[in-house]
Design a protein around this ligand. Structure first.
Ligand code: OSB
Ligand code: MG
Length: 371
């Protein structure tokens, strides 16, 4: 049966982060993004979230390219083609190259609407059956080792199951040695956001003494060849983030031996349908997966939680609680973490309500399109 879509709305929001977040590329103080909303003729409302940043440091997409793609290409495709299931959206968008985060922002809202129309959770609609998920936390680069240790102490005490530390040349081996010394039992990993090259092999090999759970994206954002070379020389498992945009990328990386682990981000791979395909492939091939984060507000966070209920998400992800990022999140209830565990919501769709008052407070622009 065709889903009787009615209207698409782009809510543009600007939210200040509680705590600036620094990576090898720069510091974030706030998040500028879209909450996407799709309605049907029966009054159901589905929500998604765009995850691109204001500048293209992580991938080529930005908030403005997301707007351009959604408004001028992707929403018209949805308006002109009947859909019976959200799985069809991927195929409809195939004529548009790249722009995965823009595609995902729209596809996600349609998945939520679909699950709400069926009266089931988004997790169930995707085929997930966990009732709780284990989570870790990603910490930005800190001004000093002391301040990093203080932050880790705080979040280990809060119960997070794995700590991710951002590294870059000059803030890496020595820092991680100190972290390991202070936290001998904690699951620790490092994320380089592509800050190294194969010239750094000998330097990176020093990480093998630190019993890290993995190193994430050490080499170029678009590489899978050099990562395979590096993985052969490292005992520490490599996890790919930036390099994996699709099922095909994952298949090739696995075939080449470029990684032992994949971080799946819904936005990076173009939506939930592709994310599930990558998950299923990894399960078949024995590659561990976990759910990455893009400093999402509540709607994106809820999508991450639903995806993480799939069985091959065997490692704690980056989906921390709302209060790690926001003074006040846009959903109700907010996402809370108890002893490193998030209880998966049981209400239909994403399982959280939009807090309309808070949404309005952060809204800087709004555009509605007939479908
Ligand atoms: O590389 O995983 C990353 C944040 C922004 C962009 C890229 C990354 C990150 C994080 C934080 O590591 C994840 C989160 O807490 O949402
Ligand atoms: Mg990463």
């Amino acid at each position: 049966m065709v889903i009787p879509l009615q209207e698409f709305t782009l809510h543009r929001l600007n939210m200040a982060l509680k705590d600036p977040f620094t990576t090898s590329f720069g510091t974030f103080q706030e998040k500028d993004f879209f909450v996407t909303e799709v309605t049907d003729e029966n009054g159901h409302r589905g929500f998604g979230e765009s995850v691109a940043f204001t500048s293209p440091w992580y991938s080529e997409e930005t908030v403005e390219t997301n707007l351009h793609m959604m408004r001028d290409f992707l929403i018209p495709i949805i308006a002109n083609n009947p859909i019976t299931h959200p799985k069809e959206v991927n195929g409809l968008f195939a004529s548009i190259k790249g722009n995965n985060m823009a595609k995902s922002a729209i596809e996600g809202a349609i998945w939520d609407l679909y699950a709400k129309r069926k009266g089931i959770t988004l997790a169930k609609a995707l085929g997930g059956d966990k009732t709780e998920i284990d989570v870790g936390i990603s910490l930005g680069i800190e001004p000093s080792v002391e301040s990093l240790i203080a932050k880790i102490t705080h979040y280990v005490e809060a119960g997070y199951k794995r700590i991710k530390v951002k590294i870059k040349p000059g803030f890496d081996v020595e820092v991680l040695k100190e972290v390991r010394k202070q936290f001998p039992q904690t699951a620790i990993m490092a994320d380089a956001n592509s800050a190294y090259t194969l010239d750094d092999v000998d330097h990176l090999k020093q990480l093998d003494d630190l019993n890290l759970t993995m190193i994430e994206q050490p080499l170029a954002h678009d590489d899978i060849i050099d990562h395979a070379t590096l993985q052969k020389q490292l005992q520490t498992p490599i996890c790919l983030d930036e390099s994996i945009h699709s099922y095909e990328d994952a298949r090739k990386a696995i075939e080449l031996g470029s990684c032992e682990i994949i971080n799946i981000k819904i936005g990076r791979v173009g939506g939930l349908t592709e994310a599930k395909k990558i998950h299923d492939l990894c399960k078949e091939k024995g590659i561990k997966v976990w759910c990455g984060g893009m400093l999402e507000a509540g709607v994106g966070r809820a999508h991450n939680i639903a995806l993480t209920t799939l069985s091959q998400f065997v490692l704690p992800g980056d989906t921390a609680g709302s209060n790690r990022y926001w003074q006040k999140d846009i959903i109700e209830p907010e996402v809370t973490v108890q002893d490193g565990i998030i209880t998966v919501p049981t209400e239909p769709g994403i399982g959280y309500e939009i807090n309309e008052e808070v949404l309005k407070q952060y809204t800087v622009d709004m555009q509605t399109f007939d479908l």
